[in-house]
Design a binder for this molecule. Structure first.
Ligand code: FES
Length: 113
């Protein structure tokens, strides 16, 4: 699907509301296996949270987490890519075709790559 046709704004299930810089070039990535839209220059955290309310589930409580500091300090936004790479969502830019997994507790366990 053309990335420009995918929603990159915010919806009723979004944690973040996109209010500025809406003219950046659209791209698409895969969020838990579903192709969704984002904008060039979005962090993975922004791209995810304009689609849903969490970036992963706590490995301790299983509760949904959406990051905390948004500046790379708290370690609360680690997610996995489908290839097993572990990325910090608030300090990694989303890329065209990136495949991110947020829907499993096991997605954040294990060492960083
Ligand atoms: S939100 Fe704190 S490190 Fe990413």
């Amino acid at each position: 699907m053309a990335s420009s046709a995918l929603a990159h704004m915010s919806g009723p299930n979004s944690q973040l509301l996109r209010v500025t810089e809406t003219g950046r070039a659209p791209l698409s990535f895969f969020l838990d296996g579903v192709e969704v839209g984002a904008l060039t220059g979005d962090t993975v955290l922004t791209a995810i949270l304009t689609q849903q309310r969490h970036v992963h589930h706590s490995e301790f409580s299983g509760e949904p987490r959406a990051g905390f500091c948004l500046i790379g300090a708290c370690q609360d936004c680690w997610v996995r890519c489908e290839d097993g790479a572990r990325i910090r969502a608030c300090s990694t830019l989303v890329e065209q075709g990136m495949r991110v997994v947020t829907n499993a507790v096991s997605s954040i366990k294990g060492g960083a790559r």
